[in-house]
Design a protein around this ligand. Sequence first.
Ligand code: NAD
Length: 432
Amino acid sequence: MPVENSRLSGFFKLSVNDRRKLVQNLSGITNEHLEALSSNGELSDEAADRMIENVIGTMSLPVGVATNFVIDDKHYLIPFCLEESSVVAAASNMAKRCLKNGGFRTQNDAPLMIGQVQILECPNIEMAMKNIHEAKDEIISLCNSLPSTMIKLGGGCKRLETRIIDTMSGQMLILHIIVDCRDAMGANAVNTMAELIAPEIERLTGGRVHLKILSNLAAHRLARVEAIFTPEELSNDGTTENGAEIIRGILEAHHFAIADPFRATTHNKGVMNAISSVAVACGQDWRAIEAGCHSWASFSKSHYTSMTEWELDNDGNLVGKIETPMAVGIVGGASRVHPTAKANLAILGVDSANELAGIICSAGLAQNLGALRALATSGIQAGHMKLHSRNMAVSAGAIGEEIEKVASRLQAHSGPKTQTAVKKILESLRNE
Ligand code: NAD
């Protein structure tokens, strides 16, 4: 069930166990979900062995929830699964800064995926294309003849598109089947349809069908999110002047990313810090999502550019937008198999794949602002080093109470915060 309020003051101060219990109380997740989150070996050898080949074990990563998210008037606690410090804190912090104007608003396409059928050696490529279009109703019916819950629920193949492309192997006719995948990511369903129609496509075109596979450039399945941040919300001190100055800095940083692929790559890495981690937490195919997002960032543009848009509105507010392919599912894949993914989806309380797509993109937009705001003000390292100093302390050999002591001395250390410095701090602590 959705949480009533995602604004959890002092959440970060609780123990891991107390946070887990609070999230259970707020989201109503079951004890089984709680168990999946609490044990480190949440995935049994048997379950892991069913997922991939040659299994020798599993590997754990932390799951943290981002707070303060209000999306389409609903509160969410958003699970992130990743190893990098500061990400969850930054997303929660930025989500709080757009509450005055109601948080995040989403507007997503229907869950339409593209299946590609590659047709070679057509005796007459124009005629082959015409024949496909004339037989479109039969091809669509053939796709939808599969016994499938997805189709029963109103999904299935909806239309066809064709393109002729020039390649190093000569001209090719490319057929796209456009499939409504409802609440599934849809790769298996789309691939099955593409394979099913191949003999009929060969008959209609006189050509040879080669590849039959989903495209991860889910250009018909775009998620769109927008949020408005007032200068006061973005300021350090609550004043409009300071907020306006920070917004100017954010826009300058953003314009750098639009113009320069070197910067855009890092800018988008920040967006993916959230998109990939929420996707991992929810058992999604994050490689598929990443491929789609990066491809869209250069699709129909002169060069690879920013995944997000930031601009000023007439009232001096900062308006952030993201539009990106978002092929996610709440049925199928690992989302229904991995115990922790199931628990994380239960914390979100999502009812559809489209809702999950909007949540993931809202997290991405917030994350991007977190990085832009930090870069435009104190720089990224201050926040990063705060948590990273604990990791440095551990890798230098600190144990138990030493970890916090070494981490806080490292933060106060005026020189470069290197591994040599942290080792010296640990040494002097032990000599006291
Ligand atoms: P899936 O094969 O489990 O299919 C989803 C199933 O759920 C279907 O049988 C469908 O009929 C059923 N279903 C029940 N309720 C539904 C609902 N409300 N909406 C839609 N379907 C419903 O999963 P999938 O989504 O077809 O495939 C996803 C998997 O495919 C992922 O694990 C992904 O990693 C993998 N994959 C990806 C690629 C790629 O991205 N290029 C290629 C191959 C496989």
